[in-house]
Design a protein around this ligand. Structure first.
Ligand code: NAD
Ligand code: MG
Length: 393
């Protein structure tokens, strides 16, 4: 079998680590072109020593020399590069077959888009990139012939439950709607009063999934489901009203597709991101992911309930942005990133997050998307507006 060459953007993060775990289970099948990391240099060093990529990409020039020296001393030939241009380089290199897009937030937009434009197989974890640039992103997928495979467990589940020709349109393939499941996060049973006082530590302690800080806070506020609703609209060419969010506390049913004839297809599994990662890495084949078999008898019960839109306004804000279209989702995402960072720094309370987002959406108007510069400008405007709110409160 010929080796598949992979670049992992965001290798030191939660998704990056899980990706390398799956890859290590299949010696000879995959080869690493590049690993990238923003911080956690000790982890990046260990990953390079184990996986021997041709390149490692760090953020700043000052990080290059120490890492390069340690690698050389250990006899590892990995070449260390830095910065935005290097991220692009290790994505578009003709040797690269697959790009795992697992940088968190807007920082991942340019390299992810570069992978799409270069026609790679793109494993999309970085949902913010698609949320910010939806129309442009999907246009680039169609123009280049890139194969876009969702890593988000819900979207990977939906992809698995869709017919092979779903890009013809949901109606054409007999799909009525998509049921997007949500764990509800660590605060799903909290009262409005309790929510006022929650800490970043509580928000990051997710009951079912172990994830990076930003997505953990998003899960707690339900903004993660909002971003996922927007993500699903783009990936499956669905209208927001064709997507229903269902809270499912066990996180065993990862999402469902409801067909016109009354059939509902679901994908189930233990909550472990190595399943969607292995699925997308090997697709259309199936490989071992290291995830244990689902024990339905141990799970016992599967519950479903309606999300509480009053307690968690972020989901409604995202739905509205999806309906408005244009740069509204770019603004929503940018304001959310600023608000989440401020919450993690203890500058604001948890319930201020939707307040900042709503205030930003009311202050910066949505425009139709023309090009990448336009999207980056909208992102900047929303960040400035959200920071103004922070300065005033
Ligand atoms: P994480 O915080 O654990 O890791 C983020 C990675 O991005 C790290 O490697 C970090 O070094 C890198 N990074 C951060 N800022 C950067 C910057 N400015 N420039 C370059 N690199 C930068 O996050 P994660 O939980 O692995 O999530 C990654 C993406 O996958 C997010 O978009 C998240 O929404 C999505 N996702 C994660 C999970 C999960 O279970 N963790 C599930 C579904 C989707
Ligand atoms: Mg998800």
């Amino acid at each position: 079998m010929t080796q598949t060459w992979i670049t992992v953007l965001g290798a030191t993060g939660s998704i990056g680590v899980s990706t390398l775990d799956v890859i290590a289970r299949h010696p000879g099948r995959y080869a690493i072109h590049a690993l990238t990391g923003f911080s956690r240099m000790t982890e990046l060093l260990a990953q390079c020593l184990q996986h021997k990529p041709l390149f490692a990409v760090v953020a700043a020039a000052s990080q290059v020399e120490p890492l390069q020296r340690q690698l050389s001393q250990a006899g590892c030939k990995t070449e260390v590069l830095f910065g935005e241009a290097a991220l692009q380089q290790v994505v578009v290199d003709p040797q690269v077959d697959v790009v795992m897009a697992a940088i968190v937030g807007a920082a991942g937009l340019r390299p992810t888009l570069a992978a799409v434009e270069a026609g790679k197989r793109v494993l999309l974890a970085n949902k913010e990139a698609l949320v910010m640039s939806g129309a442009l992103f999907m246009r680039a997928v169609r123009a280049s012939g890139a194969v876009l495979l969702p890593i988000d467990s819900e979207h990977n589940a939906i992809f698995q439950c869709m017919p092979g020709d779903y890009t013809r349109g949901l109606k054409q393939v007999g799909v009525r709607r998509i049921l997007l499941t949500a764990s509800g996060g660590p605060f799903r049973d909290f009262s409005a009063d309790q929510l006022q006082h929650v800490t970043p530590e509580q928000a990051c302690a997710h009951p079912n999934w172990s994830m990076g800080q930003k997505i953990s806070v998003d899960s707690a506020s339900m903004m993660n489901k909002g971003l996922e609703l927007i993500e699903a609209c783009w990936l499956f060419d669905a209208r927001p009203d064709q997507i229903e969010v269902v809270v499912h506390p066990q996180s065993v049913v990862h999402s469902l597709v409801d067909y016109l004839d009354g059939s509902v297809l679901a994908q189930l599994g233990n909550p472990d991101m190595r399943t969607p990662i292995a699925h997308a890495l090997a697709w259309p084949e199936r490989i071992d992911s290291g995830v244990s078999a689902l024990d339905l008898l141990a799970v016992g019960q599967l519950d479903f309930r309606r999300p509480d839109d009053a307690l968690f306004p972020c989901l409604g804000l995202a739905r509205q942005a999806a309906e408005v279209g244009g740069t509204a989702c770019t603004l929503l995402n940018a304001a959310n990133e600023v608000a989440v960072a401020a919450f993690l720094e203890r500058r604001i309370g948890f319930t201020d997050i939707p307040v900042i987002i709503e205030s930003t959406l009311n202050s910066v108007s949505s425009e139709s998307v023309e090009d990448l510069e336009h999207i980056l400008r909208a992102d900047q405007l929303a960040r400035e507006q959200a920071r103004r709110w922070l300065a005033q409160h």
